[in-house]
Design a protein around this ligand. Structure first.
Ligand SMILES: NC(=O)c1ccc[n+]([C@@H]2O[C@H](COP(=O)([O-])OP(=O)(O)OC[C@H]3O[C@@H](n4cnc5c(N)ncnc54)[C@H](OP(=O)(O)O)[C@@H]3O)[C@@H](O)[C@H]2O)c1
Length: 305
């Protein structure tokens, strides 16, 4: 019998959407604490466009000798479990794989992942919707961790890009820590942002107690923070230089199964939006990357391997 294989998308010589290849790679059995998941849905996120474009290779952040995997989050079904795993075969799960420099990704028919990084998808939440939560939900939750508890005398938080995937989740989660949120977004996004429970603006002046920078304004975002306030960015290792006593950090998202379970419950209840622009077969991944690179989408493209 030949080696069993599965299909996955990868880049060998990154150069944009046309450099993405669908290749066959050998099936791997899960080790201790791991499961093998049959992927049902894998969203296309902005980071994937950067990986396929070679920008992270050029910065020395990816050094894969043969191929680089694409995709960070997913939802699917457990098809095999290694030793010491409580998840039964057939369980619906969602999860996140992190780090730029890897030869595998979630744009794949199968994935072997630590069970601790997964959460069970609640009944009533479709796998396609659940797949849109892990990367941007965990990033938002971890941005809110970096913001910390709002000071009693200064709790005005500006969320830039509040209609985006990360920004909208920060807008929903930050009030848990006492922040009073205003979302900066395009004029057409007003109804969506107000529906999150946030105030809304398209233009703003400096003086915010804190800024969470989902729109990647960077130095322009930092300039909106009052002296001694807090800035949290989304570009790992590239927080704008601190000035005027401001604390400036950038989130580096990490997997967290229990936290993801909470986020999925909040998605199932409708508290966290799950926005899907379109569901597309993995074979059309290059077209999807072209569309995402064009910008201005609301909701994710989700690949179905
Ligand atoms: N560090 C980490 O661990 C981590 C984790 C997750 C995501 N990220 C990063 O976070 C960033 C955001 O990701 P995302 O998925 O949320 O992207 P997204 O869904 O495209 O959201 C970005 C939003 O910002 C808006 N925007 C941009 N400039 C604006 C401006 N001047 N005024 C108002 N709105 C503006 C965009 O509107 P238009 O579409 O109209 O331009 C869009 O709605 C990406 O760079 C991503 O790679 C980092």
């Amino acid at each position: 019998m030949g080696t069993r294989t599965f299909r996955t998308a990868a880049v060998r010589a990154p150069g944009g959407p046309d450099s993405i290849e669908i290749i066959n790679v050998p099936v791997v059995e899960p080790g201790p604490g791991e499961v093998r998941v049959r992927v049902a849905a894998a969203p296309v996120n902005p980071v994937d466009i950067a990986v396929a474009g070679g920008f992270l290779h050029a910065r020395g952040l990816i050094r894969q000798p043969e191929r680089t995997g694409l995709g960070w989050d997913f939802a699917g079904t457990v098809v095999a479990a290694g030793p010491n795993v409580a998840l039964a075969v057939g369980t619906r799960v969602a999860g996140l794989v992190t780090g730029f420099d890897r030869d595998f990704g979630t744009y794949a028919e199968q994935l072997v992942v630590p069970a601790a990084d997964l959460a069970v998808v609640p009944d009533g939440l479709e796998l396609v919707a659940a797949a849109t939560v892990p990367l941007n939900g965990l990033a938002a939750a971890q941005i809110v961790d970096l913001l910390g508890d709002a000071p009693a005398d200064g709790n005005r938080l500006l969320v830039t890009g509040a209609a985006g995937a990360v920004g909208c989740y920060v807008a929903v989660l930050a009030p848990d820590r006492g922040w009073q949120v205003t979302g900066l977004a395009r004029a057409a996004d007003e109804e969506f942002v107000r529906g999150l429970g946030a105030e809304f603006t398209t233009h703003t002046e400096p003086g915010w107690d804190a800024v969470a920078d989902g729109a990647v304004l960077q130095e322009r975002g930092l300039a909106l923070v009052r002296d001694g306030g807090t800035f949290v960015g989304v570009q790992p290792g590239a927080a704008p230089a601190a000035e005027r006593g401001i604390t400036s950090t950038a989130v580096v998202v990490h997997a967290d199964g229990p936290r993801l379970g909470d986020l999925l419950a909040r998605a199932a209840s409708g508290e966290l939006p799950t926005r899907v622009h379109a569901v597309v077969a993995l074979d059309h991944v290059a077209d999807v990357h072209r569309a995402v690179a064009g910008g201005s989408l609301r909701g994710r493209y989700v690949l179905q391997p």
